[in-house]
Design a binder for this molecule. Structure first.
Ligand SMILES: Cc1ncc(COP(=O)(O)O)c(C=O)c1O
Length: 454
């Protein structure tokens, strides 16, 4: 009998996050202060000190506080599956594994960092957190994290998702959070954008600006970010650290790892721990494929340059692949992938040639999601369907070549609140969007001017 599930005992859950910063072959470019545009730590009111330290840490391993581990154990370790049934359906000699983060209470990988961020804020006396959410997964995760540590939580939810996903809002409200559609009348940024266009669908960049403005305006409040930043990727490495142990249980090692990237956190959380073998030369052939939507193709079509992390220019300026911080992506269903930039760590590794990137349309991704659901049973988040699409493509390549490669899919979450999107796909009403080249060109004219020599 071949095993299907690889289950780690709670006592074998990793106790440290892995920080790639000291292991990078070329140092990561600095972050720039949004006001002075000089290299700096994060502007002080933004995050608690412990998070600020982690953002630039030179330690390879950071211990996960016991209080965070205790909460992690309410759903971690998560399972690694061998997709025997999908392999059969595809009739491929490839071995397909997937690490499933959809069993967290919020339904995705996002609580891995939400719980940690809520903990550090609570420890430093913060009473209230603000944040943005696209698909609603991150807002749900932070609402839950705040609930565990007794913090208030206000979530600016991108308007298009707020309308598409009322159940996500209700879920967050259940955990005690306050939710508003973004752009909202609650901030100056939101009021300015609503005055220009009352029907603005919202973007992650705008919602981030609103959440930061709110945090700056209240002494007891800090801001919490769900992706992109180094410390978020750090907290997500628990995924890869667990998977390494589980792949050992399966007596397997991946040839290819695929994952979807919005800001890059779930996939970096999976692949960064594997990068140790690639960087050290032990596994030079290991392929790492980032999958993004064609509607917001920052890695494949964006410019590698300095840009703001948010629409209004309140967040730090990062060196990243960007479509321009004023770019408004088409309203695809993978709301968590509608972001103009990408995690600087991923961009840096991509720029140095260590990781690959591919962009996909939403219809073939939903098609892959349905194939996966009909083989494995799991209904996946639209974001995750991007990873599944390329995982299936790689398995089909093996069918052609006869190779028996090992493919590891980073499965970031379930799609139980995305059934309206599946309905659109199944009834043939779903559409793909052309890449808006002119809009990107225009947005790239608004890049910040940074000091020469950076
Ligand atoms: C299920 C799921 N996967 C992936 C993402 C993309 O985010 P990231 O690239 O930070 O993992 C999101 C974001 O909301 C998500 O909800």
């Amino acid at each position: 009998m071949e095993r299907t599930k690889f289950i780690l005992d709670e006592k074998d859950m990793p106790t440290h996050w892995y920080n790639i910063l000291p292991d990078l072959p070329v140092p990561l470019p600095p972050e720039l202060h949004p006001g002075t545009k000089e290299p700096s730590r994060l502007p002080p009111p933004l995050f608690p000190e412990a998070i600020n330290d982690q953002e630039f840490s030179t330690e390879s391993y950071i211990e996960i506080p016991e209080e965070v581990q205790t909460i992690y154990r309410t759903w971690r370790p998560t399972m690694l599956f061998r997709a025997h049934r999908l392999e059969k359906v595809l009739d491929t000699p490839a071995k397909i594994f997937y690490k499933y983060e959809g069993t967290s209470q919020a339904g995705s990988h996002k609580p891995n960092t939400a719980v940690a961020q809520a903990y550090y804020n609570k420890k430093e006396g913060v009473k209230r957190l603000t944040t943005e959410t696209g698909a609603g997964q991150w807002g749900s995760a932070l609402s839950m994290g705040c609930m565990f540590f007794g913090l208030e939580c206000k979530v600016y939810m991108v308007k298009v998702s707020y309308k598409q996903k009322p159940y996500r809002r209700i879920m967050m409200e259940n955990w005690g959070a306050k939710i508003v559609p973004s752009p909202s009348p609650d901030t100056e940024v939101g009021r300015r954008i609503l005055a220009e266009n009352p029907d603005h669908p919202g973007t992650l960049g705008i919602a981030i600006s609103e959440a930061i403005e709110d945090a700056f305006a209240h002494d007891d409040t800090k801001y919490s970010i769900g992706s992109v930043a180094n410390h978020v990727l750090l907290h997500q490495t628990i995924i890869g650290e667990e998977t390494i142990k589980q792949m050992e249980m399966a007596d397997a090692y991946p040839d290819v790892i695929v994952g979807c990237v919005g800001g890059g956190s779930n996939f970096a959380g999976q692949f960064l721990p594997w990068m140790r073998d690639k960087l050290s030369g032990k596994k030079p052939g290991l392929r790492i494929i980032c999958v993004e939507p064609k509607a917001a193709p920052s890695l494949t079509k964006g410019m590698y340059t300095w840009d703001f992390g948010d629409e209004a220019g309140l967040a730090p300026i990062l060196k990243m692949h960007t479509l321009g911080h004023t770019f408004v992506p088409s309203p695809i269903h993978a709301g968590g992938l509608r972001y103009h930039g990408m995690a600087p760590i991923i961009c840096h590794l991509h720029n140095l040639g260590w990781v690959e990137a591919q962009a996909e349309d939403q219809i073939p991704c939903f098609q892959a999601g349905v194939t996966f659901a009909r083989a494995e049973g799991i209904i996946s988040a639209p974001e995750t369907c991007h990873a599944i699409k390329v995982g299936i493509d790689e398995a089909l390549k093996c069918k052609e070549s006869g190779e028996s490669k090992t493919i590891l899919i980073a499965h970031s979450g379930h799609g139980h609140f995305d059934l309206a999107a599946y309905d659109e796909y199944l009834s043939g009403r779903m559409q793909d969007f052309e890449y808006p080249e002119e809009k990107v060109k225009e947005a790239l004219t608004h890049l910040p001017q940074v000091p020469a020599g950076l």
